[in-house]
Ligand binder design. Structure first.
Ligand code: ARG
Length: 425
């Protein structure tokens, strides 16, 4: 009982102190007018009891079938676990907003995070289960040069307000200034930000956790209407001296265009080919003719790569590759596309690393896609390994700097005066 009272007084204190501080909203923002941004999207976890509790990121409706969001929002999620609400204002009362399931998630092929947590190509697309044709999609930037340092732009979202209540039910908006990339790099104390990023903030004003994926936009950049220039990505805390960082939408114009023009809701149809002929789904015998059988014996410790083409036939919908995996550790997937546009093909590269044994090794390669007819595609691949011949005789090694032959791999270097023999095993 005491503990409960203690907790209650702590909550009361937090409430009072946030009222005193006067800080509210997105961070430092205000309630958006109801209906001001109908193309704004809330990404919601279906498992949650309601949209307010399930909201975890934002997004923008850029086409009746497509939502633009941040890769880090959906990176570890399954399409079936997410729903989107388009045109919501108050997440505790979504009447009038459009709810959609997600057909497939497409993450930028080169999305990654570096050692200091900087996100690159933090861009993803959500294909809606059915089009939203009652809401006009928002325009997006055509070139990165659509913004300049100092420009006043706006961020919106249902993210943390760092105030009471921390997570608002009403959509928030905040106006911030574009910072040059050079200034942002120096404020962060690194050199990682580049044309893939936009930086923006204002004193006490920023986007924050839960706003990610949502838009940064020029409120009248598209002939008096909003123009999305950024996707909320990351920051050092919120409303600190370091500005918020957004994916630079203008930098991805042609990629975004290729998604929105491949908009027919049709069924993708995957097929895989090896060197020669198509590889049958579920095949359990590797064949020489289709490249699933790596020719020759591969010496222990050496590796060999083989490539398969995954093709998306006769449709205008991109095929989303959810995963490509190998059942045996001697085969690893070296490269796999994250999507293949309709009518296109893309390469999957599988690498075999031979063990130090005479062995025949098989692995099942499993490809998971958004193809509703054939979501899982698998085939068997095989290679033979051969014991490496080990040298046990004594060999004379001359180190560099002595005018002798260079030791492979640039071992030593410098001016070692060693002229000995080692047992090369
Ligand atoms: N990564 C956050 C999210 O997932 C967005 C953080 C934005 N931070 C900032 N200071 N602007 O919601």
């Amino acid at each position: 009982m005491k503990i409960v009272i203690g907790l209650l007084s702590a909550v009361v204190f937090l409430c009072l102190s946030s009222q005193v501080s006067g800080q509210s909203k997105i961070v430092g923002g205000e309630d958006a007018a109801n209906g001001a941004y109908p193309w704004m999207v809330a990404l919601v976890k279906k498992a949650a009891p309601d949209p307010f509790q399930g909201q975890f990121c934002g997004g923008s409706l850029i086409h009746e079938n497509w939502v633009l969001t941040a890769a880090h929002c959906v990176d570890s999620m399954k399409a079936e676990d997410i729903e989107v609400w388009v045109g919501a204002h108050d997440l505790s009362n979504t009447t009038g907003a459009e709810r959609r399931d997600i057909r497939a998630i497409y993450i930028h092929e080169n999305y990654f995070s570096d050692f200091s947590g900087v996100l690159y190509n933090d861009v993803a697309f959500l294909l809606l289960e059915s089009p939203v044709d009652t809401i006009t999609p928002v325009a997006y930037a055509k070139t990165p040069a659509d913004v300049n340092a100092g420009d006043l732009v706006r961020a919106i979202g249902w993210g943390d307000t760092k105030s009471n209540p921390q997570f608002p039910t009403i959509l928030q908006q905040v106006d911030v200034n574009i910072r040059s990339i050079a200034e942002a790099n120096s404020l962060y104390g690194f050199d990682s930000l580049d044309s893939r990023h936009i930086a923006a903030n204002a004193s006490g004003k920023d986007s924050c956790q839960g706003d990610s994926g949502g838009p940064l936009f020029d409120a009248d950049g598209d002939e008096g209407k909003p123009l999305v220039i950024g996707i909320t990505s990351f920051g050092a805390g919120c409303a600190e001296t370091e500005p918020g960082i957004y994916a630079n939408v203008g930098n991805y114009k042609s990629l975004i265009d290729s998604f929105v023009t491949s908009s027919a809701i049709d069924d993708p149809d995957a097929s895989i080919r090896g060197k020669g002929q198509p590889i049958a789904n579920g095949s359990n015998r590797a064949k020489r003719s289709n490249g699933t059988f790596l020719p020759g014996r591969i010496r222990g410790g050496k590796s060999k790569a083989t490539t398969f083409a995954i093709r998306n036939s006769d449709t205008s919908i991109p095929l989303s590759i959810e995963s490509v995996s190998s059942s045996n550790k001697h085969f690893t997937v070296k490269r796999a596309p994250s999507y293949v546009f309709g009518g296109d093909r893309a390469a999957i590269t599988v690498k075999f690393r031979a063990p130090q044994k005479n062995r025949k090794i098989k692995s099942r390669i499993t490809v998971r896609t958004n193809d509703p007819v054939k979501p899982v595609f698998s085939f068997v691949i095989q290679a033979k390994s051969k014991r490496n011949i080990r040298l046990s005789k004594s060999r004379k090694i001359r180190f560099p700097g002595q005018g002798g032959t260079n030791f492979p791999g640039n071992v030593g270097g410098g001016n070692f005066g060693i002229d000995g023999s080692i047992n090369w095993r």
